[in-house]
Design a binder for this molecule. Sequence first.
Ligand code: ADP
Length: 271
Amino acid sequence: MKKNIFMSPSLESETIESLSAKLIKTTNELTITNQELRKVQQEREEMLSNISHDLRAPITAIRSAIDYLNSCNTLQLSDYQSSIALIDRRTKNLETLIQDMYDLFCVEDTSKELKFESIEAAPFFETYYYDAIIDSRYDTHNMQLDMSPQLDAIISIDTQKIVRVMDNLLTNAAKYSAPDATITLKIYKELDQLYIMVIDQGIGIPQNDLQNIFKRTYTVSSARTPGSATGSGLGLSIAKAIIERHNGKISCESEIGKGSCFTIQLPIHPL
Ligand code: ADP
């Protein structure tokens, strides 16, 4: 057979059609990667702009309170106390925001290893649940654990990080429901997946917001936040980043006025 000296051996075995199909596929992949990069960049810019806004609001409030205290020659004790209380509250907001930003950056930095360990899911979640519910924030809620004692599943997790996710979901469930409402932690396995659900009977989340609550750039209308319940708004983004580093998934179903159900899916280790 006559050999073409300009063709590499691998080229010889490929038709022009298959090569051009590969080229088109690679070009498409590059375009998608490019679009994804642009999206990440855009998200980061939006997040920075949200963060600088979120930082500015408490700093402005603290500055006004200090200016007020400085400008008064004689102060009523009640004025003094309310200014100090405002400074205290706004400083706590700042601390939460800065801590959450730091946690999010750390968990998204894949060069930082998580401390994975293989553990039995049932005793881990049982201990977590009974430790969590003694917290006074759940005092008036009707807390329930729905997990089969026979649940037999080994999972590989960074326990501290998963506790962080569970705390976020449970505190949100309490924060966004009436004091006497039921909050259920339901855990079961299906095939090679462990499902962890936090179900509440709270105010629910509008359908339009559902697709956004895990985004770090997203700030939900403060009109929906009951009383003094304010957070950094980064809790669910941190939860999502942690679960994704466990090769898992997190999602939410919700109905206004009926409640929300957050579901985490984690891979079970083969025995
Ligand atoms: P935040 O610190 O504001 O609670 P999160 O990231 O934890 O931040 O939650 C984002 C938003 O999602 C909340 O501000 C709230 O509007 C909504 N949300 C989260 N969990 C619930 C829930 N269980 N019920 C109703 N709304 C919720």
